[in-house]
Design a protein around this ligand. Structure first.
Ligand SMILES: [Mn+2]
Length: 360
């Protein structure tokens, strides 16, 4: 059964005639479309991609199983377009993605559809459920994104020196990823040094690297719509005892996390095991231990002590324990990991042994 057929089956379970998809990751997953500003209507009676003049040719070439509709031809109104399609195909119960619609758009849609007896029904997670387990082509694309990321960090290493700014290094890393084949960066690069490393999602700035700084690089590549996510922590110039202790502890924690990530375990399980390792610093350990990654940077399963899912073969998840002391700094080590039948395979292969760069 292909993805489209699976959605049509799920419509029955949800008592819907059709679903209107607005989340770009879901639209692209189901239709094979690769750009933006397209929407999909999936029903028992026909399947449609709705986009505008700028993207029609692309949609026609990529979405062979769909009828392509240009909403510019319907008074430049998406609600009117949807109304026409629903009337034509006799759709009465239309699901929509309730966590992906602007209030104003919902209101306009409702005004257009309800007088025709077409009911809007809020729904969620229909496509996300399918995206939880990655298919082979999704795994291949993620592996390629991870390879590009590994190679690019390797190329950045000789440029990491005392006196260089965080912004310059972040720009170089993003440049290397694009040169190495990334379609775009997976997300804005986090590259922070010194006391700024306690900012979990700090932004690179004109701060220069100094002797004794910690350096956190959290970055990823996007290849064919799939994202890699890696974090490495380095030390610049010379290391002190506290930095070394913390680095080794976080590295140990990450290994324990990886050992405990396999099919059948609950999403809270790796966190429980890691807390035994980092007990001494539990107050400074961040509970966001990892997350699914695919078309979106953050998707199910979420791994901390708030996780609700069971880890399954074919999930792709990050493992990223970190310990942070405000005003002093932090250490995080993160890999993107594929859950396999027997355990897991680490897809981001950049070494994790401590590297002291521009050694003094
Ligand atoms: Mn991450």
């Amino acid at each position: 059964m292909n993805r489209l057929e699976k959605v049509v089956n799920l419509l029955k379970d949800n008592n819907l005639d059709a679903i209107y998809l607005t989340n770009p990751s879901n639209v692209n997953y189901i239709t094979g479309y690769t750009d933006e500003e397209a929407y999909a209507l999936i029903s028992k009676y026909g399947n449609f991609v709705i986009t505008d003049t700028r993207y029609i040719e692309l949609a026609e070439s990529l979405c062979k199983d769909f009828e392509i509709i240009n909403w510019h031809l319907f008074d430049r109104s998406i609600p009117k377009t949807l109304k026409e399609v629903c009337i034509k195909t006799n759709i009465k119960k239309l699901g929509f993605e309730k966590n992906n619609i602007i209030f104003d758009n919902y209101n306009t849609l409702k005004c257009e559809l309800e007088p025709e007896g077409i009911h809007l029904i809020p729904s969620e997670n229909i496509v996300e459920e399918l995206r939880y387990i990655k298919t082979q082509d999704e795994i291949d694309n993620t592996k390629k994104a991870c390879m590009i990321a590994d190679k690019s960090l390797e190329e950045l290493i000789p440029h990491i020196k005392i006196g260089v700014t965080e912004s310059e290094l972040a720009a170089k890393l993003e440049y290397f990823m694009k040169i190495n084949g990334a379609n775009q960066v997976g997300f804005d690069t986090i590259l922070v040094s010194g006391t700024k490393t306690s900012l979990l999602h700090g932004k690179p700035s004109d701060k220069v690297l100094e002797n004794g700084d910690l350096l956190i690089i959290d970055y990823g590549a996007n290849y064919n719509g799939y994202i890699s996510d890696t974090t490495r922590t380095f030390i610049i110039g010379s290391a002190n005892e506290r930095q070394l202790e913390l680095y080794n502890l976080v590295k140990e924690a990450q290994l324990v996390g990886l050992e405990n990530m396999k099919p059948g375990v609950h999403a809270t399980h790796p966190d429980t095991k890691i807390r035994e390792v980092v007990k001494k610093y539990e107050d400074n350990y961040y509970r966001g231990l990892g997350h699914g990654v695919g078309r979106d940077l953050h998707e199910e399963p979420f791994l901390g002590n708030y996780g609700t899912k069971t880890i399954k073969e074919g999930c792709i998840i990050t493992m990223e324990p970190g310990i942070y002391f405000p005003g002093w700094g932090g250490v995080r080590i993160e890999d993107t990991v594929l859950i396999t039948k027997g355990g897991n395979e680490i897809l981001t292969k950049f070494p994790k042994d401590l590297m002291i760069l521009d050694k003094q």
